[in-house]
Design a protein around this ligand. Structure first.
Ligand code: KG4
Ligand code: ZN
Length: 365
C-alpha cells in the first residue's frame, strides 16, 4: 500500500480466552478508523466435548496457531512486519496461559523489530469498539456483556471508565452457557439458547427477574439459573418444545432485567452528563443476541437515545478491537514496558469496589 509508510499501522493480538486472533488496524486518508484485516480462529471444536473452555487446551491451541494467524493478518492487510507502527496485545483479563502465549509472542516481535509494545485491557477493547466502527466521541454509556463480564460503565475518556454496575454472581454469558448445558443444547450456549428461543413461548414460564425494582444497578443471574434448573428437573424428560419454551422464557427475563437496569442508568447519565450526546454502546459476546438487541433498541427509541451495536463479528472476541485500542493508546503516547506481566484480573475501573464480575474472566462453562 503506497501511503502505508505515513500512516500508523497497528497489529493486534488476542489470546485471552478461546479465540486466537490477529488483526491490522489503521486510519484512512480522512482519519477514519479502518480494519485492514481481522483473522479469528475459534477453538470451539477443541472444547466442545468438555462443555466449556479448558484453559490448558486453550493455551496449547493458541501456541500452535498464533504465528500462522499473525502471518495471515499481515498478509491480508498487505503489509510486512517492518511496516508496522506498534504491536498491541491483550494483557488481561483472561486465562493466564493464553495471555502468556500472546504476550510472549508480542514481546518477541517487538524485541526483534524494535517496535513499541502496547498491552491492552481486553475489556477496553470491547469498550472502544464503537469508536472503531462508528467514530463516536466520549462520553457514552456502555453495556458490556460477555462470558466473564456483565457491567454497565460510563466511558468518560480513553482509560477513564466509571463502573456503575456489575454482576454479584454469574456473568450473563455464563448464565446463557449454563442454561444451554442444563438443556443439553451444546456449546457455546448463547447462540443455541437464542436459536431455541425463536421457536418457544416466552410466556410459558414466569422466571424471576433478579434485583428488579431494587435500589441498585447491579445484576444477579444465579436465581434465574436456579429457576431454569428446577423447571427442567420438574419437566424431565424434556421434549423439544419444553426446552424451547424454557429458552424463550429465560431470554425474556434477561431482556426485562437489562431494560430495567439500562433505563435507570440512562436516568443517571442524563443527570450527570446534561450536555452530552445520549449514546449507548453494547459490547461483548452476548451483545450479538438479536432478541436482546431488539429490546434495548426499543428502549432507546422510547428515550431518544442512539444505540451503537457493533457488527456481530466485532461483538465476540477479536483482535481488531485490540489493535484499535492499541492505536488509540499509541496516539495518546501510552506505551507498555517489556516487563509487563499478564493479568488474569484487570478491572476497567480500578476505583470501584470489587464484585465478582469486576474484572475476571475464567472458564466459561
Ligand atoms: O466476548 P466473548 O466472545 O468472550 C468473552 O470475553 O467472554 O463472549 C462469549 C460469551 C459466551 O458466554 C457466549 O455464550 C455468549 O457470549 N454469546 C451469546 C450469543 N453469542 C455469544 N449469548 C447470547 N446470545 C448470543 N447470540
Ligand atoms: Zn470478550
Amino acid at each position: 500500500m503506497e501511503t502505508m509508510g505515513r500512516r500508523h499501522l497497528i497489529l493486534g493480538i488476542e489470546t485471552s480466552c478461546d479465540e486466537t486472533a490477529a488483526a491490522v488496524v489503521s486510519r484512512d486518508d480522512h482519519d477514519n478508523p479502518v480494519i485492514l484485516s481481522s483473522i479469528i480462529l475459534s477453538q470451539i471444536d477443541a472444547h466442545k466435548e468438555f462443555g466449556g473452555v479448558v484453559p490448558e487446551i486453550a493455551a496449547r491451541a493458541h501456541l500452535s496457531a498464533l504465528d500462522y494467524i499473525i502471518e495471515k493478518a499481515l498478509d491480508e492487510a498487505g503489509c510486512q512486519l517492518k511496516e508496522l507502527t506498534a504491536i498491541a496485545v491483550t494483557g488481561g483479563p483472561g486465562l493466564i496461559g493464553g495471555l502468556m502465549v500472546g504476550l510472549m509472542t508480542a514481546k518477541g516481535l517487538a524485541a526483534s523489530t524494535g517496535l513499541p509494545l502496547i498491552c491492552v485491557n481486553h475489556l477496553e477493547g470491547h469498550a472502544l469498539t464503537a469508536r472503531l466502527t462508528d467514530n463516536i466521541s466520549f462520553p457514552y454509556l456502555l453495556l458490556l456483556v460477555s462470558g466473564g463480564h456483565t457491567q454497565i460503565l460510563c466511558a468518560n475518556g480513553l482509560g477513564d471508565y466509571q463502573r456503575w454496575a456489575s454482576t454479584i454472581d454469574d456473568a450473563l454469558g455464563e448464565a446463557f452457557d449454563k442454561t444451554a448445558k442444563m438443556l443439553s443444547l451444546g456449546f457455546p450456549g448463547g447462540p443455541m439458547v437464542e436459536r431455541a428461543a425463536l421457536e418457544g413461548d416466552e410466556k410459558r414460564f414466569n422466571f424471576p427477574q433478579p434485583l428488579k425494582g431494587k435500589d441498585t444497578l447491579n445484576f444477579s443471574f444465579s436465581g434465574l439459573k436456579t429457576a431454569v434448573r428446577v423447571t427442567a428437573h420438574e419437566l424431565a424428560p424434556l421434549n423439544p418444545n419444553d426446552a424451547n419454551d424454557i429458552c424463550a422464557s429465560f431470554q425474556s427475563a434477561v431482556g426485562a432485567v437489562l431494560v430495567d437496569r439500562l433505563r435507570r442508568s440512562m436516568d443517571r447519565y442524563e443527570t450527570e452528563n446534561i450536555q452530552a450526546d445520549k449514546n449507548i454502546v453494547i459490547a461483548g459476546g452476548v451483545a450479538a443476541n438479536h432478541y436482546l438487541r431488539g429490546k434495548i433498541s426499543t428502549l432507546c427509541s422510547e428515550r431518544s437515545w442512539n444505540l451503537i451495536a457493533p457488527a456481530l463479528e466485532l461483538c465476540g472476541d477479536n483482535a481488531a478491537m485490540i489493535a484499535w485500542a492499541g492505536l488509540e493508546h499509541f496516539e495518546a503516547g501510552n506505551l507498555s514496558s517489556m516487563d509487563f506481566s499478564p493479568r488474569s484480573r484487570w478491572p476497567l475501573d480500578q476505583t470501584s469496589p470489587s464484585l465478582l464480575g469486576g474484572g475476571r474472566r475464567g472458564v466459561k462453562a
